[in-house]
Design a protein around this ligand. Sequence first.
Ligand code: CP
Ligand code: NVA
Length: 299
Amino acid sequence: MTRHFLSLMDCTPKELRMLVERAVTLKAILRRREPHEYLRGSSLALIFEKSSTRTRVSFEAGITQLGGNSMFLAPAELQLGRGEPLEDTARVISRMVNAIVIRTHEHAKLAAFAAHSQVPVINALTDRFHPCQLLADMQTYFEHRGDIAGRTVAWIGDGNNVCQSWINAARQFAFTLRIATPSGYGPDAEILSAAGDAARLVATPEEAATGADLVVTDTWASMGQESEKEVRARAFRGFCVDTHLMEIAAPDALFMHCLPAYRGVEVAADVIDGPRSVVWDEAENRLHAQKALLEFLLG
Ligand code: CP
Ligand code: NVA
């Protein structure tokens, strides 16, 4: 059966740990400039309905470093944009390439595409999840602080796609996630309750941050929510990750953000540009973690 990567729940905890370890190894191989064309001749199609810097560049560079090639397909330039059914597009493209990376709005669209694809489909972000981001985030935590199992992570901000992937990560990597969001902006109730004790909502950003080993946030207005920007800015007042919140976290607490970030909005400049921020490692690790994922799915 074809394996897809639509959410972190598509892998076992053991497989996810193996991916993180392999990402660390692939990073070292690249640093030593050793050839590692383990996927020579493989083709990767990227279909992106939303903007991207990190995800696109990391997949394109990653498959090239592994000896394969990529093609970036803007939906408007495909027959998809003229009404060819998604299912037909999946059937056709999957007969020609070795894996397909998709960034879209509705998660159901991604699932429908995967159901008709003969080759692995990778979620490059939907409105529901962003699992590739979490592979890189887990790698980053492991590199800086060791095993995340048993640690406490604070999510402060919007209960969005990235937050929902953090909930799945808490289940799969056995850490505790404390989530502080303004009321009405929490994560999906089903995703949260499926995580049991691993993730819970707390009343205030302070309650989430106190003693936390890691503080994480994301933009308050995700792609597709641009028109809500002002309303959200008002609703999220008090949720900016600032030095006060970092000071009440554990003394060696790290700060993460998937980027793009908006300084002075969801995070203070002196936090994201400060000594506890690991956002640039996080961004770089998208490359290594996704190379590990490509090897796992295609190797
Ligand atoms: N974090 C992330 O996925 O960034 P891009 O939107 O630039 O790909
Ligand atoms: N939550 C953000 C993440 C961007 C990488 C969005 O969906 O726009």
